[in-house]
Structures are given as C-alpha cells and as structure tokens.
Design a protein around this ligand. Structure first.
Ligand code: SAH
Length: 391
C-alpha cells in the first residue's frame, strides 16, 4: 500500500482523462510521503485513480505513471523494464538502423515515464533525470537500457538545480566512457556529437523529419540556416542540392562544428559558417535567400515569459519574411512548451501582416515521431513549426 494523495472534490476530471499531472491546487490531503515516493492518487472518497511520483515542492505535485484502478501492479524492476522495452519496441518500428543511429528512446510522459529523457547516440545513451521519483528507480532504468544492448550511459543533468526538484544524481559517465565525439548517422548523413559538452543531450534529434523535408525543398536554392547549432538543417540542404548554404549561430564552437561537418559530408559544396547573433544578422544581411530556416532556442522558458517570447518570435519572422527572395520558403519553429501551436500560428500571422507579403502555409510541422505526444498530455507537444511559401 502506498500513501494516499486525496484530490479535492470535482478535481479528478483531468486524472480520469488520464492527464498525468496533479497540480498542487487540486489536492485536498497530501500523502504522508517524502519527495519522489510513489503515492496512490485517489478521489475525495478514497477511490484509486492511479499511482505517481510525489513532488511536494513543485506546482506539479504528482506525476502519474500508472492509471490502473483495479489490479495494482507491483512497481518492481520488471515493471520499469517493461516500460523501457515498450519504448524501445516503438523505436524499432520507427527508426531504420541502417541510416539513423541517433534517436530518442525515452520521452518522459510520451513514454509513460514522467521525469526522464534518454537519447541514443550509437551505443551510447544520454540520460536526463528531472524528478526525484526517477532517481529512486534509476538503477532499474539503467539496467533495462543496458539489457537492450547499449554499452555506454552518460547522465547529463541540467546545470540549473531549480529544474531538478532535489535530484542528487551527479552528471557523468555511469559506465566506461565512450570516446568523444560520437559518430552517428541521421538519414544517412554523418554527424559528430559531443554528448559531454554539446547543448541538450548533444544534438537536436527532434528535428530529424523536418530536416528531411528541408532536403526535399533545397535543390538549387540559396539557404540560410539561422540558429544552426552544428548545422543539422544545413547538411540536409546540401544533401538536397542547395546552391549555397549559410549556417548562423551565436556559438563559435557550434559554427566551427557545422563547418567541419559540411566538409566531412560534402567536401565540394558551398557552405559558410557565420558566428553572429541571428537577430542582427537577419536585419543587416543583404543576401537574398530562397529558403530560410528559423529554429531559435526556447524564448519562453516559463508561462510568465510568453509575452516577451512572442515579441521575439514575431520580430524574427517578420524580418525573415521581409528579406526572403520572391517565391521563398520559410521553415519557422518554436520549441517553447509554453507557446501553443495555435499561439505560434497567430504570432506568425502577425509577422506576415507586418511584413506585408503574401504568405501561405504549406505544412504544419511538429517533433519527430520518436518524441511521441501522449494524447492525454498536450503539454508534450513542444515543437511547433510552419512551412511557409512567400510570394
Ligand atoms: N537548428 C539546430 C538547433 C538549434 S538550437 C539543429 O537543427 O541542430 C538553438 C541554437 O540557437 C543554439 O545552437 C544556440 O547557440 C543558438 N542561439 C541562441 N541565441 C542565439 C542568437 N541570439 N543568435 C544566434 N544563435 C543563437
């Protein structure tokens, strides 16, 4: 028996709809449990709705990972292993290992395992643990991953402890280290990923499908990849026959890596890396680009930051729309969880009005399918994008 968390009357609707988050305001009686413990979530009458990890310090006080109401499973090593195996099975259906060796294996709520991310780079898995509940079962998760045949595990905790809700696991190699950088393939293109020093878990694998779409549209085009990081979209544009590609990022190191990867994959191609602030670059450039990719970092890291973020996205998109060549294609993204798809579209609409050009949506874009969105947890849909045609 697990300690009971009782919801206020009428506050069980979203849980009955399998939304995995219990907000602090919905709780009538807190469980007698400490941070990270598994608790039984019950309605006011004490009827079981599911089990979750308790996070007393957080606005999201409990994250439910199991909605079984009758037969309560025992949450032992085999239980966690089944979750990891199910996640792996889905990836085996989605990923072609001949051409793609980096992908997301565990996508938190999207894999019914809140608070944990696992990204695969060849034989290495990079983990992020965001809640104490996962810390308690972490050894089981690691064992389950190693049982799938992976050789190396690197735990990459965020530097800002406020994101971690008291997780005390330290970042670093949990196995023999893998040599850095790790060579991986994504749709047949070679990338070198530095999991220790790179951003996020080392690479932005959520853009894989969108990069492939860029490749399809790049033949003969002059391309600007703004916020390029290590040149993901740039390499696909070159693979698709772009005439010339410019990769712009504020990180000198990322730009240097993009240049090296362009030379490695396409030694003859015309590629230039530019270390600059993209807001300044797009405002000042006199180049006429036929295809622009805008993939900025999350401007809204919290709900409070949404207004400022919206201004940033609007300005960026407006200038890109003004500058792009006639008959241009703009791939524009937001990876802020707090900017919904609907809001992002409104922001881009505002940018189009101010740019004064004819703008059409050709495609609505989202994250790659190894980042599944639990239908009961719309917050998991964090990457939004639009492919726009601009006359
Ligand atoms: N499109 C990339 C991922 C981009 S992540 C890919 O497919 O891999 C966002 C990038 O924006 C990071 O590399 C970060 O260094 C860069 N960045 C953040 N602020 C910036 C700014 N003001 N100007 C240019 N680049 C910026």
């Amino acid at each position: 028996m697990y300690a009971q968390l009782l919801l206020k009357s009428g506050r069980d609707r979203s849980i009955l709809n399998r939304h995995p988050w219990v907000f602090s305001g919905a709780i009538k009686t807190h469980p007698k449990a400490s941070n990270g413990e598994i608790v039984a979530v019950c309605n006011q009458q004490g009827e079981l709705l599911g089990h979750g990890f308790y996070s007393p310090e957080s606005q999201i006080s409990c994250r439910i990972f199991d909605f079984n109401k009758s037969q309560v499973p025992s949450f032992d090593a085999a239980y966690w292993q089944a979750k990891v195996q199910n996640a792996f099975q889905l990836r085996q259906q989605i990923i072609n290992p001949q051409t793609t060796t980096c992908y997301r294996l565990l996508h938190a709520e999207g894999d019914f395992l809140p608070g944990v991310i696992a990204d695969v780079y060849g034989e290495t898995v990079v983990m992020q643990v965001l809640i104490k509940g996962i810390e308690h079962i972490y050894a089981d998760i690691e064992q389950s991953i190693l049982a799938l045949g992976f050789k190396h595990i690197y735990l990459k905790q965020k530097d800002n402890p406020s994101f971690q809700e008291g997780v005390s696991l330290l970042k670093g190699w949990r196995t023999e280290p893998a040599a850095q950088p790790i060579a991986v393939l994504e749709n047949g293109i070679q990338f070198l990923v530095d999991v220790e020093n790179g951003q996020k878990t080392g690479f932005f694998i959520d853009q894989r499908d969108n990069r492939a779409l860029t490749q399809q549209h790049s033949a003969g085009k002059k391309v600007l990849n703004a916020f390029s990081y290590t040149g993901g979209f740039s390499l696909y544009a070159l693979a698709g026959g772009a005439r010339e590609v410019h990769s712009v990022d504020i990180s000198k190191d990322a730009v240097a890596r993009a240049e090296a990867l362009a030379t490695l994959n396409f030694p003859e191609a015309k590629h230039q890396g530019i270390a600059a602030d993209c807001f300044d670059y797009i405002r000042q450039t006199e180049e006429k680009y036929d295809l622009i990719v805008l993939d900025p970092p999350a401007f809204a890291k919290s709900a409070k930051a949404v207004n400022n973020a919206a201004r940033g996205y609007k300005e960026l998109n407006m200038v890109a729309m003004k500058k792009i060549a006639p008959n241009g294609l703009l791939f524009t993204y937001s990876c802020s969880q707090h900017i919904t798809a609907d809001l992002f579209r409104k922001i881009v609409f505002g940018a189009a009005v101010d740019a004064g050009r004819e703008v059409r949506i050709l495609r609505l874009l989202s994250q790659a399918d190894d980042h599944p969105i639990n239908i009961y947890h719309p917050e998991g849909e964090y990457l939004k994008g639009l492919l726009l045609h601009i006359i």
